[in-house]
Design a protein around this ligand. Structure first.
Ligand SMILES: *Cc1c(COP(=O)(O)O)cnc(C)c1O
Length: 394
């Protein structure tokens, strides 16, 4: 990788291989680089920008809040955090909310809450059953909870207490339950693993198992929450309600915020147990409120479903032509397998460098493309994306 002569990228610590492109502005599903080249963005900051780039609702909320108050600290209430907690609890059916700065931090909080619940109500039970190939974040505890290959030895030793079961295999979960078990934690759709769904039947069976054994069901909805799957929450498709749910990514629409929601009976933190300087910051809560209001508009989720159908139909047509299995995922969290070794990586590169208009897609695996566009992407933009994919996949 060569570094730009004008921008000192060498001052950034290397933690990822990034192309030399430097983005400077965006609008909805479009992103422009420093040379004025435009890209149709189907990655959107990693399933983050619910309303696309430079959403006017978010810009207005941020500007208004910046002129009012940014931060009063964790020792005082602010009206934006109270309003957002009220909306999220009403929309989820859960009772209480704790705000964080990221998805990993929300999961870290969920782990702490489950362990505290074990101390208070379950005789010190602390084990949380998680799943192979899961992804829950990059703090030490959330890396330990994750089943991503390699995470077990990177930065060893791990935080103990996260035995791994196999997704959609109830017997593998039951085999791990013992007197120390306090919770089962999973993503309704494993996003980073390559868009791998927990089946509705599996989620229902886990709910039944948790109820019968006194365990907490913790759902990591950092990627699937806030409309991404075409309904408010990824678990809606299964009709189960978790005891604890975590949010991140799409909640802030590009502004860093996460949240931990829980049933009243689970909320056992005592004052001083959990916190953080910026948690519930008024500025980020104002942005998240703008996102929640937009997603709650009557036509918003029906549009996500319509665009999902359009995108899935087009992807299935391409997949049928090249011999792929059916498209994975729900809503606007979709993935297409390609038959050639490393073909997804190649197609992502071809699309990014495409003449005139680049198209940004994510090769979540070397042979699997993931599409996570803005939830307000238009019919014409989906059509353009499909035409570009048709052309890039021989
Ligand atoms: C992205 C992600 C996380 C981590 O969120 P960060 O904001 O990067 O800390 C956790 N869980 C899931 C399911 C995710 O997709």
């Amino acid at each position: 990788m060569t570094s730009s002569p004008r921008l000192p990228v060498d001052a950034l610590m290397t933690v990822a291989n990034r192309p030399d492109t430097v983005f400077t502005r965006g609008d909805g599903s479009w992103l422009w680089d420093e040379h004025g080249r435009r890209h149709l963005d189907l990655v959107q900051g990693w399933a983050v920008n619910t309303l696309g780039h430079a959403a006017p609702e978010i810009a207005a909320a941020l500007a208004a809040q910046a002129g009012r108050v940014l931060h009063v600290g964790p020792g005082f209430h602010n009206d934006r955090a109270i309003a957002l907690a009220g909306r999220l609890t009403a929309l989820s059916g859960l009772d209480r909310c704790f705000f964080t700065n990221s998805g990993a931090e929300a999961n870290e909080g969920a782990i702490k809450l489950a362990r505290k619940f074990g101390q208070v109500h379950r005789g010190g039970a602390y084990e949380i059953i998680t799943f192979e190939h899961s992804f829950h974040g990059r703090t030490l505890a959330t890396m330990s909870a994750s089943g991503k290959p390699g995470f077990d030895t990177l930065f060893a030793p791990q935080v103990p207490g996260f035995p791994k079961a196999r997704l959609n295999n109830l017997a593998s979960v039951e085999a791990l339950v013992n007197a120390n078990t306090v919770a089962v934690m999973l993503e309704p759709i494993q996003g980073e693993a390559g868009v791998v769904e927990a089946t509705p039947g599996f989620l229902q069976a886990l709910r039944t198992l948790c109820d019968s054994r006194g365990l907490l069901l913790v759902l990591d909805e950092v990627q699937t929450g806030v409309g991404r799957t075409g309904t408010w929450w990824g678990h809606d498709a299964a009709g189960v309600v978790p005891d604890i749910m975590t949010l991140g990514k799409g909640l802030g629409g590009g502004v860093p915020i996460g949240a931990l929601l829980a049933r009243e009976a689970v909320c056992c933190f005592a004052p001083g147990d959990q916190g953080g300087t910026y948690n519930g910051n008024a500025l980020v809560c104002a942005a998240a409120l703008a996102v929640v209001n937009a997603v709650d508009a009557p036509s918003f989720l029906p549009n996500v479903q319509a665009r999902s159908h359009q995108l899935r139909t087009g992807l299935d047509r391409i997949g049928h032509r090249v011999g792929s299995p059916p498209v994975r995922g729900r809503g606007l969290l979709l993935a297409l397998d390609l038959p050639g070794a490393g073909q997804a990586l190649q197609v992502a590169e071809t699309l990014r460098l495409r003449a005139e208009t680049g198209v940004l897609v994510n090769a979540v695996r070397p042979q699997r493309l993931r599409l996570i566009p803005a939830l307000n992407i238009t019919e014409a933009e989906v059509a353009l994306a499909l035409a570009a994919l048709e052309e890039a996949i021989p």
